[in-house]
Design a binder for this molecule. Sequence first.
Ligand SMILES: *Cc1c(COP(=O)(O)O)cnc(C)c1O
Length: 411
Amino acid sequence: MKKFLSLLKNHNAWRQNCVNLIASENVMSPFCESLYVSDLMHRYAEGLPFERYYQGLKYVDEIESLAEEKFKEHFGANFVDIRPISGTSANMAVFSALAERGDPILTLGIQGGSHVSHEKAGAAGILGFKSFDLGFDGESMMIDLEKSEKKIIEIKPKFIVIGGSVILFPQPVKELRKICDQVGAKIIYDAAHVFGLITAGFFQNPLEEGVDIITSSTHKTFPGPQGGIILGNIEKDLQRKIQGKVFPGVLSNHHLHRIPPLYFALEEMEQFGKDYVSQILKNSKALAKELNNLGFAVLGKEKGWTESHQVVVNVEKQGRGDFVAKKLEEANIILNKNIIPKDSKNPENPTGIRLGVQEMTRYGMKEEEMKKIAELIKKVILDKEDIEIIKDEVIEFRKKFQEINYCLKEN
Ligand SMILES: *Cc1c(COP(=O)(O)O)cnc(C)c1O
């Protein structure tokens, strides 16, 4: 028992001493965290507000519908489902509402940054879809529209999925809309990574640009509890169909304790999101620029490296992704290896690493600190300096950034 608790304590203390750069993670504000633990975490609520299968939910019904309304209003959407407990289950529900076993779909492909849930190994494969790649240009780090048009016309997919786990630049939604309309294909924008950027009015607004449905996680650049969401402007029939796939399709209870912090994370983004996200974007550019200056092969160079929270680096010459990510972990710099366009579909050891600045930005870091992070990475990877000394330097550096910003204060 003692050992278990000390492991937990060690983890909590360690990550406060790290430069956390995992692009899919974030931290909730102390206020949202305080709301996460409530009696709601003990309860069951199958179905939709006011149409439940169980009793005991008269307050939950109102709480859940207030949250739904807030998201609908913020995004100008006629449909939202906040019940998916993860981005993957949001995808599972939407995918299964739009196509049948054996149907073809088109995605970015793993090398183009798509999430495993879009592919054969994940949700799309479990549902029996045939996933084909749209076509992606590794130089510009953009969808190749010419190739994609050919594929869409030839394959006539039920839907295409854009938006991915590697996403540096806005996607050509308007162009794809025109092409998809020729064959009656729906467009799903998986905004898991960029949902916070979109919420704050940066990046692109996929619904305004013409996608049918947004699926997302609620905990990457959007600083909410871990969970999923579906948003769209769609006809009633499809709304009902998706709701039926969420429950009783891919889940029964939907983890009610997520809903209060989800509501207030959106409130925080409405109040502080512009400041938060504009700093994220300054920081990612600063980090990319400095890594490039120090000799790293940062992707997306011709377009200014990044317009999202992410920076992606080809570390083929430095020992590849696995080695670099593990070496940096020894110095308390946490990031992940990642497949990049030049890799094969299933590489043993991908050549990329992916960095995200959203969490450290939330802890108050600015451009100056991004330069420092790039230097620390250089010292470990290029200069091969003593790892223990750099680790101490990282711990000292992180000490000044312990408080979460851009958020509501506890009251
Ligand atoms: C992270 C991610 C998901 C999955 O989200 P989970 O909440 O982890 O299930 C789906 N799509 C994309 C593009 C992602 O990056």
